[in-house]
Design a protein around this ligand. Structure first.
Ligand SMILES: *Cc1c(COP(=O)(O)O)cnc(C)c1O
Length: 384
């Protein structure tokens, strides 16, 4: 592999995808969302989040997500500022009682476990880990909280969370009475799941929801609400900005504790409505499955590319990780970027010669097909 900088060259225009954004978050925002922000959204921008128009927007997001996920009665959609990383801190204060079990199989699941390990008011977390490229299974334990990741964005591994999925289909089966917390940051809206085995399904809007970062959203079961209320009543010290009971009370009033980014909420709402209009979560999941089938099929049949995740049932439909051999992924990414095809870089800490492709619902499956053609073109030229 050459260490010299690659000289950029041009990919024929007819070969390029209609949109070159393949990042895993931030990810492609559809033009129609941005157009709506510039038209209807114009009246909301710069207005108070304590007044009816913005409260209506928050209400629409909450109701839309409830419908998209078919949340059972008693579930509530709670939101606050700070993104999923902040929600890990929120959970250490407001959801974990004493001891949590964490399935660790990549950077994001590790970070949550680290946040808990550092919290002085909690016991040492139980970490069940495996090498990147697969996922571990929950172990029987006395933990009061089980922490899963629906889609490990750093490695492209997804867990099955549907009612009739395999082992993890009923995550609670091994969890006893533990509350089941699912980091669905990159999965939510792009992969199917069933609320039956889950208590908190949390995410941020810059991945499958094609919005901007900075917000966390948590769908909470009645058991989760009970836990939130019990911990709040226990008198545990909690910074107000991380206090889930305060967030819950504000969400019930279609507000946030402090000022939210209105554009982020607006773009999120646009995407949720778009998903619902096309057929809801099932349509979204079919669309990402189609994109995934295109890219994995291509990689399996390529002389120089291969899916990183060994077991097909572990391969994510929203984040594909593709190992390259005989050509430097970085060189490929430099040429792609020069041609407006961006953010196909592997997760830096995984440290593999790898491409990583976001295939969220906003991404056209035909653009994923075009991307594979562009990669072939670039690699042919680089190796010539
Ligand atoms: C992106 C991501 C996060 C971090 O989200 P932020 O909103 O940037 O804090 C956490 N978990 C997973 C699985 C992610 O993909």
């Amino acid at each position: 592999m050459t260490k010299q900088p690659t000289t950029p060259f041009v990919i024929p225009v007819g070969m390029l995808p209609s949109d070159g954004r393949f990042g895993c978050g931030p990810s492609k925002v559809r033009d129609a969302q941005l157009d709506a922000l510039a038209s209807e959204g114009r009246r909301l921008m710069g207005t108070s989040h304590r007044q009816a128009p913005v409260k209506k927007l928050v209400g629409s997001v909450r109701a839309g997500l409830r419908e998209l996920f078919s949340l059972p009665d008693g579930w509530e959609v709670v939101l606050g500022n700070g993104g999923s990383t902040m929600f890990w801190d929120v959970a250490t204060f407001g959801l974990i009682q004493q001891c949590s079990q964490h399935l660790v199989f990549g950077e994001f699941s590790q970070k949550f476990a680290d946040a808990v390990a550092a919290a002085p008011h909690l016991g040492e977390p139980i970490v069940v880990a495996c090498n990147p490229g697969a996922h571990p299974e929950p172990q029987p334990s006395d933990a009061d909280t089980l922490c899963l990741t629906h889609n490990e964005t750093s490695t492209g591994v997804a867990m099955q969370l549907t009612a009739n999925g395999t082992s993890s289909g009923a995550p609670r089966s091994n969890a006893g009475d533990a509350l089941v917390l699912v980091d669905a940051t990159s999965a939510a809206g792009g992969l199917a799941w069933s609320p039956s085995g889950v208590d908190v399904y949390y995410f941020a809007p810059q991945k499958s929801f094609a919005s901007d970062g900075g917000l966390w959203i948590a769908c909470c079961s009645p058991r989760a609400i009970e836990r939130i209320e019990a911990i709040a009543a226990s008198g545990r010290w909690t910074p107000a900005s991380l206090d889930l009971k305060i967030a819950l009370d504000n969400s019930r009033a279609d507000q946030t504790y402090n000022t939210p980014a209105i554009a982020t909420l607006f773009l999120l709402d646009q995407q949720v409505q778009w998903m619902l209009q096309h057929g809801g979560l099932q349509w979204c999941a079919q669309r990402t499955a189609e994109s995934a089938s295109i890219i994995y099929h291509w990689a399996e049949n390529s002389s120089y590319a291969a899916p990183f995740v060994g077991k097909p049932e572990h391969r994510s439909n929203v984040v594909a990780t593709i190992d390259l051999e005989g050509v430097a992924a970085n060189d490929v990414n430099v040429i792609l970027r020069h041609n407006g095809v961006v953010d196909t870089d592997g997760y830096r800490k995984l440290g593999r010669n790898q491409l990583r492709v976001g295939m969220f619902p906003a991404v056209e499956p035909s653009d994923v097909a075009a991307l594979t053609k562009c990669i072939d073109y670039v690699v042919d030229r680089l190796r010539a």
